[in-house]
Design a protein around this ligand. Structure first.
Ligand code: PLP
Length: 441
């Protein structure tokens, strides 16, 4: 499969280049040249397939032409070493729990897939130079990517995060790892971190000195595999005879997750429509209402992994729908919630059903409560485990949230990070000096 750039539809790159580069040379995002429609019989029999079997079919549609089948199968099975089960929350509402991976958030799926795919390309190329993964995080990306790559030979990971704007539990998941992971604490907001990373990729001097790649949701190897669990959710609903009028609601920030779901729909997945749930960073909600896309600075909320003011994957969604807002509106509606509404939802859902949402999932749940019509089955993506946000959640339910063992293990480590101004010149000289040091080792 060839990939083009959202900034230049005539540009072409192969999968390896798209994965290693992350961002196209013109700063555009890579898009697959075609989205294959899967055969009817796949959907008819999907309820008889395991999560991994389903994912192999979806992965083959995107990556099959570029990776031998046995390698791709191994990458898929290694990635999906945990389940994404549906849990019933309301009358017609289900939670797709995406937090059963190592860092308790959905980003584990894309990060694990990308680490393994990049590892495959590195070992195949025989190039002995180290690959440097740069990743900006508003919370959960950093931990998923750092853990996905931890200990992978030939790769060093730099995680950039906004000082004081991620929860202590999130922070410990990427600052305590050591080994091939360096955490950089940026004096700024998430958008500053993202800007530093984007500038690094187009800086000629840096790129001459070191091999750089991105692991943000802009990377095709991270964002496309997220389609796997939409198909798996559909299969689970079909098993229960509930697959006819499915509405999927995705708590969204950078819009990589929902974008993968929309690719799934284009591949034939019978989801009736999607809802993109926002917190107060409602640029996409405004776009659906006004038809105009106006990115702006992000504001901090209690659903902090969705605090994005200029969602990168907007460009992909626009491209997928031919830059026609009415076409987008036909498949996706919007929702937006204040911190107060998010708090209220966590508390009321827990009180009424016993189910504990995290602040992101709560946006999804509330949007379904608002917008689900009779006869529809709603699924919201529970994008992280509530224990990752225990300081927010505990006062709302008036009791402690149990911390899963794999999360408690991170909290025992010692924090190590490099303080950095939100200034590209400083970031660049840091990377260059580290690179020089490594060469001299
Ligand atoms: C990253 C993240 C989101 C937003 O996902 P996008 O793909 O950036 O839209 C939502 N919830 C949680 C918990 C996240 O970590």
């Amino acid at each position: 499969m060839k990939y083009y750039s959202t900034n230049d539809t005539s540009a072409r790159a192969g999968l390896e280049q798209a994965v290693v580069k992350g961002l196209a040379p013109d700063k555009g995002l890579y898009m697959p040249l075609e989205v294959k429609r899967l055969p009817e019989e796949f959907f008819e029999n999907i309820d008889k397939l395991s999560f991994q079997e389903i994912a192999c079919v979806v992965a083959d549609a995107f990556f099959g032409g570029d990776i031998p089948a046995d390698e791709l199968r191994k990458i898929v099975y290694d990635t999906l070493a945990f389940d994404c089960p549906l849990e019933k929350v309301g009358e017609n509402i289900w939670s797709l729990e995406l937090f059963h991976g190592p860092t308790l958030a959905f980003k584990d799926v894309g990060a694990r897939f990308m680490a393994r795919l990049l590892g495959y390309f590195i070992s195949k190329s025989g190039d002995s130079r180290e690959v440097n993964v740069l990743v900006a995080t508003s919370g959960d990306t950093g931990s998923a990517v750092a853990n996905g790559f931890l200990g992978v030979e030939g790769i060093h990971v730099y995680v950039l995060y906004p000082k004081g704007k991620v929860s202590p539990i999130q922070e410990c998941q990427f600052t305590t790892l050591g080994r091939n992971v360096t955490a950089i604490e940026v004096d700024g907001v998430f958008d500053d971190c993202q800007a530093l990373v984007k500038s690094a990729f187009v800086d000629a001097e840096l790129n001459a000195a070191m091999k750089l790649t991105s692991a943000n949701s802009i990377n095709v190897a991270r964002f496309l595999p997220q389609a796997f669990y939409y198909f798996h959710a559909y299969a689970q609903l079909k098993r229960m005879g509930l697959a006819d009028n499915v509405v999927v609601c995705v708590p969204s920030g950078n819009f990589g997750n929902i974008c993968a779901g929309l690719f799934g729909k284009r591949m034939g997945l019978p989801v009736r429509r999607f809802i993109a749930a926002n917190n107060e960073n409602d640029v996409f909600f405004e776009y659906l209402s006004s038809g105009e896309y106006k990115p702006r600075a992000s504001v901090q909320t209690i659903a902090n992994a969705m605090d994005v003011g200029a969602p990168s994957n907007f460009a992909r969604i626009a491209e997928l729908y031919g830059h026609d807002v009415d076409a987008v509106r036909a498949d996706v509606s919007g929702a937006r919630f204040s911190d107060e509404q998010i708090r209220e939802t966590v508390a009321s859902v827990y009180r009424e059903t016993g189910y504990l949402c995290d602040p992101h999932g709560a946006c999804g749940m509330r949007a379904l409560q608002q917008q689900l019509k009779p006869g529809e089955t709603g699924v919201f993506l529970e994008t992280a485990h509530p224990a990752k946000f225990k300081d927010t959640v505990e006062p709302l339910i008036g009791g402690p949230v149990a911390i899963p063992e794999r999360l408690a293990a991170f909290m025992k480590g010692t924090k190590e990070s490099v303080p950095m101004a939100a200034d590209f010149a400083a970031f660049k000289s840091f990377l260059l000096s580290r690179q020089a040091m490594r060469k001299n080792l």
